[in-house]
Design a protein around this ligand. Structure first.
Ligand code: ADP
Ligand code: ASP
Ligand code: MG
Length: 409
């Protein structure tokens, strides 16, 4: 007997038939003699709609009320999944974040889980009951509902698996594993049987939405065995199914580049003609940090006339707050103008092999040059190279890089 957490994403619970399909899969695991806790997302499209309600009503809405609104999607699917399970004879009960509770910090809209109280669930699992837990949400010290950031149900599932000391955390989604790049834009992408925690972490952080970044970080720290698999394939999963996220030394065939990812979620800001003197960057980025705006890539040009241009990227959703923050600091910074470009994409290549192999970045730049794609900003880490390009070339760039690194199937 094993204890497993099964997580189902939005497309896997998109309608009542799919919720019945989820229930049947859970029943199958129970029939194998396993203890099961289920984590569900909102039905696909629902969270987007809830977010839109908030932003349409007020672009700078209160984050606590945003959470009150967007957390509701998961409440519906948890209840429906419990009903579907009961309907096929499986003893089941739904749980919202505050009921367990799933304790988080107070960073509304992007809260981090601090602890999950698993005692009651373990007692009920021991008595043969399946727990269906709402993903994406928790409760903060102020007793208000929080949400974990988009894609956060993955993190709920991994955190629950750690709290319940589960043998495995199965992330059921609409693709049958982690691929060398998004299989929706590169049909020749290859499914990986295994991927290293570090590579998955880096890929997720640069845009591979198949797992939320924080979920991989948690899995790595808490030693949770995570498997990504499809909720749409008929056969019962076996050892070969899906992709396992594992330690680097479990991977036999190492590539320089394990995968390519893209993100269209960032916007580029250029602060034109800022005085080139100590303290300017501190003022700009300090002002953004005070507004809770995360900055990703940064470049500063050399100055010829005592002024310079500072270019950086922020999350698209943070653009209004970044604009406000920089507007308020205009006289203090003393810049000439603020330029915004939301039509950009960040393309990244990731692989632990980069640590020991030269030439990964130059292969990337050459492949983009061959397609006449202009690079606007570059950033690197030990196992990643990212470039910012015009959004219209996203798919072309991802395909070209996938081929250039020999990843095509
Ligand atoms: P869920 O709703 O189940 O959480 P998501 O949409 O969040 O599903 O994540 C699954 C999607 O991630 C896939 O449909 C795929 O388009 C995308 N994706 C991006 N990069 C990858 C990758 N490297 N491997 C697999 N899927 C990827
Ligand atoms: N429903 C939330 C979202 O769409 C959480 C998740 O699906 O993981 O972001
Ligand atoms: Mg997801």
């Amino acid at each position: 007997m094993a204890r497993i957490v099964m997580k189902f994403g939005g497309t896997s619970v998109a309608d009542l038939d799919r919720i019945r399909n989820v229930a049947a899969r859970v029943k199958r695991e129970v029939a194998f003699g396993n203890q099961v806790a289920v984590v569900v997302s909102a039905m696909s499209g629902v969270t987007n709609q809830l977010v839109k309600y908030c932003t349409d009503l007020s672009p700078l809405h209160d984050a606590r009320e945003y959470d009150a609104v967007v957390a509701t999607g998961e409440q519906v699917t948890a209840g429906l999944t419990a009903i579907a399970l009961q309907d096929i004879g499986v003893d089941a009960r739904s749980w919202q974040g505050w009921q367990l509770p799933v304790r988080t910090d107070t960073a509304h809209g992007k809260a981090r889980i601090q602890a999950i109280e698993g005692g009651e669930l373990i007692r009920r699992m021991d008595a043969g009951q399946v727990a269906v837990v709402t993903g994406f949400q928790g409760v903060a010290d102020d007793n208000r509902v929080t949400t974990l950031g988009r894609g956060g149900s993955d993190t709920s599932a991994v955190a629950l698996a750690a709290a319940l000391k589960a043998d495995r955390c199965d992330i059921y989604t609409d693709v049958d594993g982690v691929y060398t790049t998004d299989p929706r834009i590169v049909p020749r992408a290859r499914k990986l049987a295994k991927i290293a925690y570090e590579e998955m972490l880096e890929l997720a952080s640069v845009g591979a939405k198949v797992l939320q970044t924080r979920s991989v970080e948690l899995a790595m720290n808490e030693r949770v065995r995570v498997r990504v698999l499809s909720s749409f394939t008929e056969a019962a999963p076996d050892e070969e199914t899906g992709t396992l996220v594992v330690d680097e030394d479990e991977i036999v065939e190492k590539q320089n580049v394990a995968g390519v990812a893209y993100s269209r979620d960032e916007a580029k800001i250029t602060v034109r003609r800022v005085p080139d003197r100590p303290g300017i960057a501190a003022t700009i980025f300090g002002g953004l940090a005070t507004q809770n705006v995360n900055v990703d890539m940064i470049v500063q040009n050399i100055s010829a006339d005592g002024t310079t241009d500072m270019t950086f990227t922020v999350g698209k959703a943070d653009l209004p707050r970044a604009r406000t923050a920089l507007g308020e600091l205009k006289s203090q910074i003393g810049y000439a103008e603020l330029l915004e470009d939301p039509d950009v994409a960040k393309i990244s290549v990731v692989g632990t092999g980069m640590r020991s192999h030269a030439g990964v970045a130059s292969t990337m730049f050459q492949a983009l040059a061959d397609k006449a794609i202009n690079i606007q900003v570059i950033s690197t880490s030990e196992i990643k190279v990212s470039v910012l390009i015009a959004a219209e070339y996203t798919e072309l760039a991802v395909r070209a890089l996938h081929t250039a690194y020999g990843l095509d199937a």
